[in-house]
Design a protein around this ligand. Structure first.
Ligand code: GDP
Length: 152
């Protein structure tokens, strides 16, 4: 039973997705290992596959972009691993850890530098704000699937 409600975690959590390209290439464990070594706690995790409809909802903010259709096709092309990560300054620190959206510009050592293949197939997602992190966590997980450490 979770004694701490997710509402109390606002500002301390972020949502990550290991995208279909990285799952297909067998990078789940190396990527999770990088994340844990960087000090993030995994408080929820699941392997799933997005339907076209679910991917369209998740990426709704990009629906007017030219790459939208291609992005939706890619994100629903195979299994993904979604994860809720807990840490102080989770959103900001995780964006630093994953690096630039385009791997060409990603700093050496970042997850996208190490594992992304292109601007679209860039291995990993990280929420871009605390508000979106909260929304995205509840898009993938129910309260019963999120496990808080007692001392948080
Ligand atoms: P993020 O927050 O770093 O993931 O970047 P965005 O929110 O801007 O974009 C969402 C996702 O769409 C990215 O992670 C890429 O997978 C993809 N994407 C972004 N820009 C482009 C683009 O110009 N072309 C294509 N094909 N995909 C893109």
């Amino acid at each position: 039973m979770n004694m701490i409600d997710i509402d109390h975690m606002f500002g301390k959590i972020t949502l990550s997705i290991i995208k279909p390209d990285a799952v297909k290439k067998g990078h789940i464990v190396p990527i999770l290992s990088e994340i844990i070594h960087a000090g993030f706690n995994i408080i929820a995790i699941k392997m799933t596959e997005l339907s076209i409809k679910s991917a369209q909802i998740f990426y709704a903010e990009h629906q007017k972009k030219l790459f939208f259709e291609s992005l939706i096709k890619f994100m629903s092309s195979g299994p993904i691993v979604s994860v809720i990560l807990e840490k102080k300054n989770a959103v900001k620190d995780f964006r630093v850890l994953i690096g630039n959206t385009n791997p060409v510009y990603a700093k050496k050592g970042t997850i996208r530098y190490l594992y992304a293949t292109s601007l679209e197939e860039n291995a990993i997602h990280g929420s871009d704000s605390d508000q979106n992190a909260f929304k995205e966590c509840l898009f993938y997980f129910s309260h019963r699937e999120i496990f808080f450490k007692k001392d948080l």
